[in-house]
Structure formats: C-alpha cells, structure tokens
Design a protein around this ligand. Structure first.
Ligand code: TRP
Length: 356
C-alpha cells in the first residue's frame, strides 16, 4: 500500500452483486471512484451478503456475479494498489456492528426507509420478504460506519440509507460517547464521538438512460451496454437507439437519448455543440452518421478497459485482489469495532481473532 494512503480522508462505497456492470455504472459512480483514488483512502465493498436478501436460492450466481463485478471494477481502472476492494462476508466487524446498531433503530424507522419501500414495490415482494431484507438497511449503516468515512459517494437512490447511517452515528455518539444532542454533525468526532456523521456525495450525473430511451439503464430491462461488450456489440446496440427521426433534414430533439449519449461520451465539447445545433436544425445530419461517431467514442472509452480485462481473466487473480483488499478492510474495521465496543461498555478484553 502507498504510504500516504492512510493520511487521506477515507471514503467507502460499493455494490450489491447483481450482475455485470454497464455504462450506467461507469457514468453514475465508477468514473467518480476512479478519480477519488488520487485524493482519498478508498474502500469499495462487495455487498455479497445483501445479495442473499432476494436471491437466497442462488448462491452460485451470487458468487459469480461478485467476481464479475470485481473484474469490471478493475477493468474500469480501480487500482488495487491504491484502493481496497473487499468482501462484506469476510469482514466480521460489519456483522457485529450490524447487531449493535440494530438496537439503536426503532423497527418502524427502518421500515419507513423509502429505498426499502421502493424495492418491496418494484420487486413485488409484498409481505414475502425475509427478516434479513429490512436488516440489510441496518447492515448498510454498519458497512459504512465500520470505516468511519468522511463521505460516501453514491447515487440518488442510496440517500435514504445514508440518512439512516447518519442517525445511527448521531445516536451512538450521543448514547455512548457523551456527545451532546446540540452538537453539529461536523463536530461529532471532535466532541468525542467514535463515528463521524458521514455525508452522501451524490454524483452529478445520477442516472444514465438505457438504449430504449425510456428507462434507467439496467441489466434486467435489456437496455444496457455492458463494460464487457465487444466493439461490435456496442455499435450494434447504439444502432438500435430509436429516435423516431426519418431523415437528415428533419429537425431532431437535441435532448433525446442519442444526443444525451453524445453529450456524455464524445469528449470534444465543440463537436458535441455542433452536432446538437445541426441536429436541432435538421442541417443535413443523419442519425446513422451520429451513431457511428457515438459508437466510436464509446469504444474508445471501453478499449483500455478491454485491454485490462485480459489481465484478470482468471478467477484466482480476482480473488487475490479481494483477499488483499479484505485484509486492509479488516485492519480498518477491527480498529473501529474495538473503539465502539469500548464506548458501549463491551470492551472486556482485547480480542485475539486472526484475520488474514
Ligand atoms: N445498497 C447498495 C446498492 O445496492 C450497495 C451497498 C452496500 C453500499 N453497502 C454499501 C453502497 C455501503 C454504499 C455504501 O447499490
């Protein structure tokens, strides 16, 4: 590990393994993570235990999705020398803090979490979800606080989880660390709290629309361009984007999905401005031409990722990255756990677990 890593402000974020990553992940979160590696002490969690909330019968898929996401992250430029990618299931402090934190949250408060409610609705869970489903929201507060991070870079949909996390941090600090209830969030640690009250760092480009132009890009909606797609597949998918425009002289909607993609993926801003102007005016520019240009730009972005993929073809290399990241994660979280136990009167003796 680079020696100056630990002096940097710490952040934590991550993913529940649900399948391979696509351009929506790149735009919405991973691009930002790659940048943050330069300035922050970064931890990226694979929330593989959370995957069991809705897929308890698919342990094999959860395992392969987990490895696939790590592979995608590495391809996209997450650098295991500068950031720790780790397995939630191998960090015991997270499970222990989940138990403790669950005592600080009224059951009704957990169930009021809009992200949980939404998931129940979208996934049609009705009343048929396991106890572990609401528990995962509590678990996520532990994923985060176990690292005592200053910030959590996430998409809009995760903000309710962050709100819950902030409540847990405040309550813990107030109950067990003598932090007054008038103390500002930013001053909790200074006033003796174990946990900083972390802020949600919500990305500017929250969500990327799928190639259907209607819904958020998502594997399950069949509208995604995957990081692992070949150049040919990428162009083919882009060619499928439907704009309803008939001819190069028909004025187009400069904010439609095709133009949005140009804005995001064509780096030359002047060129994009020109495309938009001509598109809106119907100035002899066809969708087919634009799709070629867009396809080339997307493939230029993905090409270095394809090259990196070759280095991580073997599962054993991916597992090795996870193993190293998990050692770092345990180092950080065992420290937090000892502090939290001490504060909550649970510090009877230092423990002698070996985590390597
Ligand atoms: N719930 C997040 C998602 O589905 C994944 C996640 C688990 C997470 N623990 C986290 C994200 C902690 C940020 C911080 O995408």
């Amino acid at each position: 590990m680079t020696s100056d890593r630990t002096s940097r402000p710490r952040i934590l974020t991550g993913d529940t393994p649900t399948g391979k990553l696509h351009l929506g992940h790149w735009v919405g979160s991973v691009r930002r993570r790659v940048e943050l590696q330069d300035s922050h002490d970064c931890y990226f969690i694979l929330a593989n235990m959370h995957a069991f909330t809705t897929r308890v019968d698919q342990p094999g898929e959860i395992r392969s999705d987990t490895l696939e996401i790590v592979r995608d992250l590495l391809c996209m430029g997450i650098d295991p020398e500068r950031a720790s990618i780790f397995l939630q299931s191998e960090v015991p402090a997270i499970a222990e803090l989940t138990f403790l934190f669950s005592m600080l949250l009224p059951f009704n408060r957990v169930m009021r979490n809009p992200t949980l409610k939404d998931e129940i609705k979208v996934k049609g869970l009705g009343e048929n979800y396991p106890f572990g489903f609401p528990l995962y929201a509590v678990g996520q507060t532990a994923d985060i606080l176990a690292f005592r991070p200053v910030a959590v870079p996430v998409g809009e949909d995760q903000v309710p989880h962050l709100e819950l996390t902030r409540e847990v941090a405040r309550r813990f600090n107030q109950k067990y660390c003598g932090v007054g209830d008038k103390v500002e969030d930013a001053d909790h640690v200074e006033e003796g709290g174990v946990f900083p009250v972390p802020v949600a760092d919500v990305g500017k480009v929250g969500r990327l629309v799928g190639i259907d132009g209607a819904n958020k890009m998502s594997k399950s909606l069949n509208n995604a361009i995957f990081i692992s797609d070949s150049a040919k597949q990428v162009q083919k998918k882009i060619n499928k984007i439907f704009t309803g425009r008939q001819s190069p002289t028909e004025p187009g909607d400069p904010d439609n999905v095709l133009m949005q993609y140009c804005e995001i993926f064509i780096p030359d801003e002047e060129r994009v401005a020109e495309l938009r102007r001509r598109y809106a005016a119907g100035d002899d520019i066809g969708d087919g031409h634009i799709k070629q240009e867009l396809g080339a730009a997307v493939n230029e972005l993905l090409e270095p990722m394809r090259e990196r993929r070759a280095r991580f073809e073997n599962d054993s290399d991916v597992i090795d990255v996870l193993k190293r990241g998990t050692v770092e994660a345990n180092r950080a979280t065992e420290e937090t756990l000892a502090m939290a136990k001490q504060a909550a009167g649970l510090g009877f003796f230092p423990r002698t677990l070996r985590l390597d």
